[in-house]
Design a protein around this ligand. Sequence first.
Ligand code: ADP
Ligand code: ZN
Length: 525
Amino acid sequence: EEPDSVPIPDTPLAVLQQVFGYQGFRDGQQEIIDTVIAGRDALVIKPTGGGKSICYQIPALLRPGLTIVVSPLISLMKDQVDTLVANGVAAVYINSSLSREEMLRHFTAMRRGELKLVYVSPERLLQHEFMERIGELELGLFAIDEAHCISQWGHDFRPEYAALGRLKQWFPHIPVMALTATADEATRQDMLSRLSLTDPLIHISSFDRPNIRYTLVDKFKGIDQLLRYVAEQPGHCGIVYCSSRKRVEEVAERLLARGHKAASYHAGLPLELRQSVQERFIRDDLDIVVATVAFGMGIDKPNVRYVVHYDIPKNIESYYQETGRGGRDGLPAEALLLYDPGDVGRVRRLLENSDNEQQVQVELYKLNVMAAFAESLTCRRQVLLNYFGEYQREPCGNCDICLDPPKSYDGTEDAQKALSCVYRVGQHFGVIYVVEVLRGADTQRIREHGHDKLSTYGLGKDKSQEHWVSVIRQLIHSGLLTQNITRNMVLQLTEAARPVLRGETGLQLAEPRLVRVKQKDKGEA
Ligand code: ADP
Ligand code: ZN
């Protein structure tokens, strides 16, 4: 049968307007599209909803040959293909949900050059049969969606992505485009090297969501705090994320008992029920969905006014994705994290149950970064954006730290002590060790390295261990120190540390909140 396709205009802008019905390009799209059409590799990092899809869909239409899109989720594949077909683009998906006949029909259409895009799962792409078939075709582009899945440093490593690294060997002349919504610096580097991209264009969009207010409250009787919070949001829609199905059910029950239009959502519920919750929420029939992380993939509800994390998320990427479901309409929204340091220990023990030792290490590291975010005394947005490599010099004015600042002091001297200690130990040691040297600890390890002879040894013994850990965390958060993840998290100085070390600039630090004060609830919305 003939696919129901329309003639394709010949410039990216014309395709954008006539095929997709949009007026103009968004941040970076034009450059990415032009580059890829010209045959160069690209790495595209844009937040969810940022418009990654047309970055490969338009090149797919304008380059000769077939574009293969690798995508990990069957449901997302189907949505994408349905939208394309509705716009008159010849696209199909091939995955385990198809019958053998359907698949063969698609193979025939591929061979006849009738298709512009084929969506496949990584497993399917790498199957011998599929490889052989596309080996005979003219190919235009490989687009790898959710490309962070290739990296163990990503928050969602998928072993079946690993072999995608070989695409470049098999098809050295076909451009490869990697797209993802989340990648810290380590994941970025890892993606580039694993995919062997050749001199790629690297596009990184801003991750800032200025209309989202980040707020953290020390969790203490979380359910009461949540009920009070929600009571202050009449008529507003929100999502409450919990770490377990059991917790989801408990919290939803309490909200229902208070008369809220709430429902629970997790992977243990029947598919029809989950779909109906999702639809009712989108139609504004529900005010609150209490959910595990299973909720949200592909949800594009504009008017979510608050996202509560009842438990600590496993990593910053998840936190950013989940809070990012608030305020899609650009109006103010709030991300509230109920933080109990004890939750960190619980999540840690869960993570440690996994068999994959290397993966456990990565996930524990990511959890620690998440905990450090929660304990940070630096502007939340700065920490968050720094994490994604988007360095921010100024505090944001729209987070709990900015709005309700912790007490600060002239930390220049403390910063100098800590920074020079990091320097004196050769930038070869981690936080705990540096703090031990600063506090003049009498340990064998320090003596073995001769660090008890350093001028910085014992220089900070008048202050507690918590104090120094807090100082170093703040130096990390504000970009003066980094932790080298490829070398056992040793502390290293950045360029920004120089002026402070030389005494050219001062530095305000926050008083560590050694005793956690129960934060007062937000008064007004
Ligand atoms: P991502 O994959 O980055 O999460 P999508 O590609 O799904 O984002 O795009 C998010 C939404 O923005 C979609 O509805 C898409 O059609 C729309 N969109 C993308 N680019 C543009 C544009 N240039 N103008 C208007 N809307 C756009
Ligand atoms: Zn801030």
